[in-house]
Write a protein that binds this ligand. Structure first.
Ligand code: SF4
Length: 185
């Protein structure tokens, strides 16, 4: 007879945000009390939920929200990919650039000039502290930077969709999100 799920070594799950709004993380929290069921078989590694800043060497499932807007996003994404066996693009920003990519039709220098010099308050200059991450000229979905194993669409995906995905994956099934679990509002 196979051992009960809780007797197996716990999986490690990590989550992080690139340029996102944390709405996808909020949806993860929308699994509500089912998080206790998840805690029976998995533990959270790097995540805003644990405040752990860097992944352990071997993470089983990484969930990543947000698009790639600047050099720091690229660094975090590459580090995350190197640590996670399975990497999941969580939400529209990660899947296709989402809302942040709406700046792709605009010139970045022009945007900065308008925001900080024409409409900004205070010093009326574009911030240039060397510690600030360099903006990319275009916002990218994460699969344009690293290999992605799964995509969960939605802005944000619902807690039910994230739960269905995780329970399928952990049980060794091909994750399937039926039509009712997909939403784009
Ligand atoms: S997909 Fe939507 S909810 Fe998720 S980070 Fe992007 S804007 Fe926020």
């Amino acid at each position: 007879m196979p051992p009960p799920l809780a007797a197996k070594p716990k999986l490690k799950i990590a989550t992080t945000s690139l340029s996102g709004c944390f709405g996808c993380h909020t949806s993860l929290c929308d699994i509500d009390e089912r998080i206790l069921e998840l805690a029976e078989v998995a533990e959270f590694d790097r995540s805003p939920l644990t405040d752990i800043k860097h992944c352990s060497a071997h993470v089983d499932i990484g969930l990543i929200e947000g698009s790639v807007c600047n050099a720091e996003n690229v660094h975090v994404l590459r580090e995350f990919r190197a640590s996670c066996k399975i990497l999941v693009a969580l939400g529209a920003c990660a899947v296709n650039g989402g809302l942040p990519a709406s700046r792709n039709a605009l010139d970045v220098a022009d945007c900065l000039q308008r925001v900080y010099c024409e409409r900004g308050v205070g010093r009326h200059q574009v911030p240039n502290d060397p510690e600030l991450p360099l903006l990319l000229d275009k916002v990218r979905p994460i699969n344009e930077v690293v290999r992605i194993d799964y995509f969960i669409p939605g802005c944000p995906p619902s807690g039910d969709a994230i739960w269905k995905f995780l329970t399928d994956l952990i049980a060794g099934r091909m994750p399937r999100l039926e039509h009712g679990l997909l939403r784009f509002d």
